[in-house]
Design a binder for this molecule. Structure first.
Ligand SMILES: [Zn+2]
Length: 270
């Protein structure tokens, strides 16, 4: 059995830790910080064998250099594609440290954990963004969050909408491991877009209970996102109408609905 636990980083990042049964070897995803990882590994007597990188923003790569120094035999696997448009302060490329660069349809095998993931290229948040999919789970970084999605940095709205559509075409029960805890905030926006949705109201209550107990709202599932995440419900009449009302014009394509929703949310939150 694959066990997946989390390490908190910064204020709302999750670093996912993968472990097979009770073996001591682990794989982690997107270590934005090294110290919380080192503390976790030492406390639980675990050995780091590989790091997966979904994209090269600092809050996903900031811990890499220190971790590789401490665990020199650890593999570092990340996107072959360049992040392109590097923005200082947000991007922290670690490509020169990658022991393996991967692209669409590659298979990532980690023999120590008998683990095998398919690589999906999902540009939108950044151009280099990857998802790792296998064993009924997907690590989707900052493309999708619970009931929401990431901002557009170096991709386009059309790429973003297509990539979200791709994740939504995975089996309905796929567990989605996102990199941030933003679900409650996102549900607030989802309620503006679809004020009549019972699914959104029910999820809001459910997630609020988890957060009150200091539990993560993640992982989510493809099924739950299909019902409650406005950014993947672009063809729903109420979502489209709300986006058109915000933009003040008729929106022909799904990606235009996506772009309007993203702009709307960006304008309302920080
Ligand atoms: Zn990011």
């Amino acid at each position: 059995m694959l066990n997946i636990n989390l390490i908190h980083a910064f204020s709302d990042n999750y670093i996912w830790v993968l472990r097979r049964d009770s073996l001591s070897q682990v794989v982690i995803v997107d270590p934005g910080q090294a110290q919380p990882v080192i503390e976790y590994l030492e406390k639980n007597a675990l050995q780091l064998v590989a790091i997966l990188i979904t994209h090269q923003h600092y809050d996903h790569t900031g811990g890499v250099a220190q971790l590789l120094e401490k665990y020199p035999r650890c593999e570092l696997i990340g996107p072959q594609r360049d992040p392109s448009d590097i923005k200082l302060g947000i991007d922290l490329p670690v490509a020169e440290l990658f022991t393996r660069k991967v692209k669409e349809a590659d298979t990532v095998k980690i023999s120590q954990l008998d683990l095998s993931f398919e690589v999906l290229e999902i540009p939108g948040h950044t151009l280099d963004h990857l998802a790792f999919y296998g064993e009924g789970v997907v690590f989707c970084g900052d493309l999708l969050f619970g009931a929401g999605c990431g901002r557009i940095f170096s991709g386009t709205a059309q790429q973003f909408a297509d990539s979200l559509g791709r994740l939504m075409s995975l089996p309905q029960d796929t567990l989605m491991y996102c990199a941030h805890e933003y679900t409650l905030d996102n549900l607030g926006f989802a309620k503006w877009v679809e004020p009549d949705s019972e699914d959104i109201k029910q999820r809001d209550e459910m997630e609020m209970l988890k957060q009150e107990k200091d539990q993560p709202t993640l992982p989510t599932t493809v099924e739950l996102e299909c019902k409650t995440n406005p950014f993947v419900r672009l063809q729903q009449p109420q979502v489209k109408q709300a986006a058109e009302k915000f933009s003040g014009s008729a929106l022909t394509h799904d990606w235009q609905v996506f772009a309007a929703l993203r702009q709307w949310k960006d304008s309302e939150y920080d």
